[in-house]
Design a protein around this ligand. Structure first.
Ligand SMILES: *[C@@H]1O[C@H](CO)[C@@H](O)[C@H](O)[C@H]1NC(C)=O
Ligand SMILES: *[C@@H]1O[C@H](CO)[C@@H](O)[C@H](O)[C@H]1NC(C)=O
Length: 146
């Protein structure tokens, strides 16, 4: 991807995060955090895990985001030492592994773990936080980085 497209995307994401309210602390997401031993690694596993977690049941009541974007995630925590399942507002990710920061109550970049198309931590230039499983981004766990 050319650098101006990347720059535009980064600019748009920053703009989006400044303008929208949906990336603030989300109590409803924090309330449904569950520590798990592993994350789905295929679309099928993802679908059955998402069905089990049933984020739709709370999507309509929560006030963090539009119901359609309050979705199942299986990601690392902010310390990078646990995998967690959480229904939370989806975010666009650029250049980093995805974490759910429990203290901050948001899905965000795990800044200690950059990822890209050529690095060991492989990811697309831009991806939705819900898609982290496609790139096996649980490898961003501290224990697996060493
Ligand atoms: C993860 O790290 C935090 C902060 O260092 C610690 O409080 C917590 O117990 C750790 N969890 C595990 C499973 O090691
Ligand atoms: C990809 O990530 C690696 C490791 O962080 C870094 O050294 C490299 O410069 C990155 N490549 C691009 C194209 O961003």
């Amino acid at each position: 991807m050319t650098s101006w497209i990347r720059a535009s995307l980064i600019f748009l994401q920053i703009l989006g995060q400044v303008c929208r309210v949906e990336f603030k602390y989300c109590q409803e997401a924090v309330d449904n955090v569950e520590i798990v031993t592993s994350c789905p690694t295929s679309e099928q596993e993802w679908e059955s895990a998402a069905n089990r977690k049933n984020c739709q049941s709370t999507a309509a009541q929560q006030t963090c985001s539009e119901p359609e974007t309050f979705l199942y995630h299986c990601v690392i925590n902010g310390y990078g030492n646990e995998t967690i399942e959480v229904c939370a507002p989806r975010r666009l990710m650029i250049g980093y592994c995805t974490e759910f920061n429990v203290a901050g109550g948001v899905i965000q970049s795990h800044v200690l773990a950059p990822c890209n198309k050529t690095s060991v931590l492989r990811c697309d230039d831009v991806y939705y936080s819900t898609q982290a499983y496609k790139f096996l981004l649980v490898r961003c766990l501290v224990s697996k980085l060493n």
